[in-house]
Design a binder for this molecule. Structure first.
Ligand code: 13P
Length: 268
């Protein structure tokens, strides 16, 4: 904040998926901290390693501004659910954020909007900030059903959910066809979808100011295209997969965010 003007904070979320184990995660986390050093302005950075690396990565980032996120959680607090991890367990490890409803889980693990809704409730009960993923498939896009798909996902998951603060929820618009493919929507399409997402949020969360809920983009983000998204005021940040396990790429993405934030500060 400067002169009473609130800067448009940008968020960079690194979703390491099932790409790196403990040792590599620790090295990447250390590299991320180095990449953040000596900057005038910093985006908010959240790194999401696999469950098995959370504890070690937490040791690396604990005294930094970098936050720790999980890639999933279960919808119950405890009990006979073999192989599952609860929100309560995540908070024990220093996790503050959790990705919910990623399209890979919807596709390969059969996650439904109802399961995702229960997971969101569980995360909020445990004071975890939710990064909720939505997005249409290539087939839905081809038939012009992308808005309807995203609307349905948001309504099924969030209608009636009790949110105490805007900070507790981010929406990541990740068109399924753009994930890991090198194909990206036009920036104008993302802006239009973000506006649409905010209009749905106003309907389903009437007590919230939807303009304050952060809406991110994800899908084939790399160092060389990050700036084109981040310079847009209504794209609050990026959810990055493949490029986030390549330190030089992640650094370029953070550079792009810092450049945007520096420019904003100069204008104030
Ligand atoms: P890619 O950046 O590899 O396309 O993945 C995006 C994603 O799924 C992030 O959650």
């Amino acid at each position: 904040m400067a002169n009473g003007f609130v800067l448009n904070m940008k968020v960079i979320i690194a979703n390491w998926k099932m790409n790196v184990g403990v040792r590599e995660s620790v090295a990447l986390a250390r590299g991320t901290l180095l990449a953040l050093r000596g900057r005038r302005t910093l985006p908010e950075v959240i790194i999401c390693p696999s469950f098995i690396a959370l504890s070690e990565v937490h040791k690396v980032v604990a005294r930094s501004s970098v936050k720790l996120g999980a890639q999933n959680l279960f919808w119950e607090d405890h009990g006979a659910y073999t192989g599952e991890i609860s929100g309560r367990m995540l908070t024990e490890l220093g996790v503050s954020h959790v990705i919910i409803g990623h399209s890979e889980r919807r596709e390969y693990l059969g996650e439904t909007d109802e399961m995702i809704r229960n997971k969101v409730a569980q995360a909020l009960e445990n004071q975890l900030d939710v990064i909720l993923c939505v997005g249409e498939t290539a087939v839905e896009r081809k038939s012009g059903a992308q808005r309807e798909r995203v609307r349905t996902q948001l309504v099924h998951v969030l209608d009636g959910v009790h949110l105490k603060s805007h900070d507790r929820l981010m929406i990541a618009y990740e068109p399924v066809w753009a994930i890991g493919t090198g194909e990206i929507p036009e920036v104008a399409e993302i802006l239009a979808m973000n506006e649409f997402i905010r209009s749905i949020l106003s309907d389903v969360l009437p007590n919230m100011n939807a303009n304050k809920i952060r809406v991110l983009y994800g899908g084939s983000v790399e160092g060389n295209n990050a700036y084109s998204f981040l310079r847009e005021q209504t794209i609050d940040g990026l959810l990055v997969g493949g490029a986030s396990v390549k330190l030089n790429q992640l650094k370029e993405i953070i550079d792009a965010a810092s450049e945007v934030l520096d420019a904003q500060q100069t204008k104030v």
